[in-house]
Design a protein around this ligand. Structure first.
Ligand SMILES: *Cc1c(COP(=O)(O)O)cnc(C)c1O
Length: 373
């Protein structure tokens, strides 16, 4: 059997991409807000139903620039989740700010909004929650807290591209929502990302930050970096966007298959889908309640590996426990987050993952649980 990774990049038909990039050999215009860049921003604004989409070089820089654009005093505190990809935490620290980790909820692994208020101090300036695995945070409650304490909210929406909550796009929540279009994400531009906002002033700031603050040939109005998306990446995005609905449908079918196979195993927990969310099917996290040597998460991980199937322990360790900042920041109880980090395994999902492989993965899990449960 072929090697199966946790995900596999979606790619458009080869010929279509070649057709698409041919004009670049005529124009010699390879980057700097070219035709494809402009076209993709427009198409994404339509698709995501948000006023402004600013494309960037990757999801991480989108996060960094979104935070930087808010202009927080250095040393300010930002309340965030430790149950995420390291990028979320790094983006806060690289802006000279201090992450204050908040515990998560068992029900959907997103930040526990009931524990946010007790973490707020004079120095708190923002909340950066993550729609982890495409699970939508408690938008209303987080917004209520933000208004009450005059905090900004930036959503790391890297896992929630193309989803809706109560018929509203995940791009419109908070002061900004940030996506990653990395090769491994549900929608990719090879490398890429975007900051989405309803605020034109913020959008201007992002533009300046991603293009050296250059406004015309002889005018630089602010200090900025270079974080622009190039034309080859934008072309990939335009084609992947065309096939997105197809891809999402296939992913959801795989999710249904997992769900049916795994729902009745004692000690194996899968998330229940909410009626008010349309999911993108990007990730299939499973929580293995037991941690014993016979049937824990790590046993499943190793058994799958023996079959050349590579599930991932997202997100273990918690970002708060990583070597680079362990014990460096405020010591908050992260009981639930640690419980999950030790037990969750993300199973392979991608559009063309074969039904047989999904069956096999489920069979392996069942056997482990019958044997060692
Ligand atoms: C992928 C990801 C990022 C970073 O995006 P890149 O495009 O890889 O820079 C940030 N946050 C989360 C939750 C992610 O999954």
């Amino acid at each position: 059997m072929k090697k199966v990774n946790v995900t596999r990049s979606s790619m458009p038909p080869y010929e279509e991409y070649i057709e698409m990039i041919k004009p670049l050999w005529d124009s010699h215009w390879l980057t700097n807000m070219g035709c494809y860049h402009q076209k993709l921003e427009k198409e994404l604004e339509d698709f995501l139903k948000v006023d402004y989409v600013s494309l960037t070089v990757n999801g991480h820089m989108s996060l960094e620039l979104a935070i930087q654009a808010m202009g927080f005093p250095s040393g300010s505190e930002v309340i965030t989740t430790p149950f995420t990809f390291i990028s979320t935490t790094h983006a806060i620290i690289r802006n000279g700010l201090e992450p204050v980790f908040c515990d998560i909820k068992m029900s959907d692994y997103t930040i526990d909004e009931t524990k946010i208020e007790e973490l707020i101090t004079e120095k708190t300036v923002a909340i950066i929650p993550v729609h982890v695995y495409g699970q939508i945070c408690n938008i209303e409650e987080i917004q209520r807290i933000a208004y009450k304490y005059n905090l900004k909210v930036i959503y790391d929406a890297a896992h929630a591209f193309g989803e809706t909550y109560k018929d509203r796009s995940t791009a419109v929540f908070g002061d900004a929502s940030v996506f990653s279009f990395h090769a491994t994400k549900v929608f990719n531009t090879i490398e890429g990302g975007a900051v989405c906002t309803k605020n034109s002033e913020l959008n201007e700031k992002i533009y300046n930050l991603k293009n050296f603050g250059i406004r015309s040939e002889e005018l630089v109005i602010s200090v900025g970096a270079n974080a622009k998306m190039n034309e080859f990446a934008a072309a990939m995005g335009l084609l992947n966007l065309k096939y997105l609905q197809d891809e999402l449908k296939k992913r959801r079918r795989i999710q249904d298959q997992y769900r049916n196979c795994l729902k009745d195993i004692d000690g194996v927990r899968i998330l229940t889908e909410r009626k008010d969310v349309v999911y993108n099917g990007a990730y299939f996290p499973v929580l293995f309640e037991k941690t014993n040597m016979n049937a824990g998460r790590d046993v499943v991980y190793e058994e799958l590996k023996k079959e050349d199937i590579y599930a991932r322990k997202y997100f273990y360790p918690l970002t708060a426990d990583q070597a680079c900042f362990k014990n460096k920041y405020k010591n908050v109880s992260l009981k639930c987050a640690r419980y999950c980090a030790e037990r969750v395994l993300v199973l392979p999902v991608y559009a063309d993952l074969e039904e047989d492989v999904v069956s096999k993965i489920c069979q392996i899990i069942k056997e482990i649980y019958e044997r060692g449960g």
